[in-house]
Write a protein that binds this ligand. Structure first.
Ligand SMILES: [Mg+2]
Length: 375
């Protein structure tokens, strides 16, 4: 069709965990996580496919992971190695197109409508890229091919690992109709919950809602939901987008009352934020705490430091200080969020608006905040 784009989303499979298995043959075929030790109240940054079979996933407390799999291997993250591989795969992407938009170290969108190799089939390009990645890094990636970012991203997650999934333009609307609302990229757990309450369970349900209705319920994002329900996503692949902040937030149902529980949940969010900073090779100077109460009153507290906020312990300390500054008293807390902004100018990963609106799992790797529990 005239003017139709060809978009590929590439996502490395269980990236950090796969790298550790590649470099440590004794770890292959075994349940392994990359992340903090359980005795240090660490969290899982990435889980191998073998570990996932035990119900272990990223952002889970390491202690819980160990309970689910007592012989679980814990590998210390080696971010310098992951960053090096990230450079390698970006060089591969750039050999096909300059329109590469990284989402994190291990995933990116590519617009290959007009590509450097004059290959007409985006599916053929995706296959070639997967092969190039395997040849150069000995790691597998999954690819999604479609006419826009929204569909390409969903497609890449459908047949992991080593998947290649194509959603043809003619299939787009029917595909979205049968999609469960919680599987929409950009709809996180809190929004999914709200949609369920409104009787919206699938793309077809979403499509029945008017744009005005969706904007009334979801603000500006309502327009985005209206569009994606029709398989439409006109966002360009933007190689120059600069990320302005990195954050995570969690909604609680039921609301939190106990201050020690609030502190624990805040610490869990800090860990997710720290993992995202690392995953994006980002650092920032401003930290903002958001607290929303049961009556929907919202309070934010910010602090900017002279040097870049460095490491989980500093993020945690600053977050605790900001929390002390909020008069919680007897009030119930509905939502907690932490955002790091004033990022290093070299932070290259672009933002995805939804990430901040409603904490959204990065499929395959980092954070799944709805699952942060301290059971
Ligand atoms: Mg990945």
């Amino acid at each position: 069709m005239e003017g139709q784009r060809k978009i590929i989303h590439i996502d490395m499979d269980a990236f950090y965990a796969s790298v550790e298995q590649r470099d440590n043959p004794q770890y292959r075929g075994k349940p392994l996580v990359v992340g903090g030790r359980p005795e240090k109240r660490g969290a899982v940054a990435a889980a191998s496919y073998e570990a996932r079979q035990f119900g272990i996933h990223s952002a889970m407390p390491s202690r819980t992971a160990l309970q689910r799999c007592p012989h679980l291997i814990f590998a210390v993250p080696r971010f310098d190695v992951y960053r090096g591989i990230s450079e390698q795969i970006r060089t591969i992407f750039k050999s096909y197109t300059d329109l590469v938009e990284p989402l994190a170290l291990d995933e990116a969108y590519l617009d290959v409508t007009h590509n450097k190799k004059s290959i007409g089939s985006a599916t053929a390009i995706a296959r070639d890229i997967k092969q190039d990645i395997l040849n150069e890094t000995k790691l597998t990636a999954s690819a999604g091919v479609s006419l826009n970012k929204f569909l390409a991203k969903i497609a890449s997650g459908m047949n992991k690992p080593d998947g290649l999934t194509v959603i043809l333009p003619t299939e787009a609307e029917a595909f979205v109709e049968v999609l469960a609302i919680e599987s929409f990229y950009g709809i996180g757990p809190a929004t999914a919950h709200k949609m369920h309450e409104l009787g919206i369970h699938t793309g077809a349900d979403l499509k029945l809602r008017s744009e005005i209705d969706l904007e009334k319920q979801f603000g500006k994002t309502g327009h985005f939901y209206y569009q994606i329900a029709r398989g439409i996503d006109e966002r360009p692949v933007n190689p120059n987008r600069i990320r302005k902040s990195i954050g995570a937030e969690t909604s609680f149902d039921p609301d939190l009352e106990d201050i020690s529980r609030i502190e624990r949940e805040l610490y869990a969010i800090v860990q997710v934020v720290q993992q995202r900073l690392e995953r994006n090779a980002a650092k920032g100077r401003t930290i903002t705490l958001k607290v929303k109460f049961a009556d929907y009153q919202q309070i934010t507290r910010s602090r900017t430091v002279l040097n870049f906020i460095d490491g989980e312990s500093q993020v945690s300390l600053l977050a605790q200080e900001l929390l002390k500054d909020v008069e919680i008293e007897q009030r119930k807390v509905r939502l907690l969020g932490i955002t790091i902004s004033n990022l290093d100018a070299e932070t290259e990963a672009p933002s995805y608006k939804q990430l901040v609106l409603d904490l959204q799992p990065f499929p395959g790797s980092i954070s799944r905040s709805s699952d942060i529990d301290w059971v």
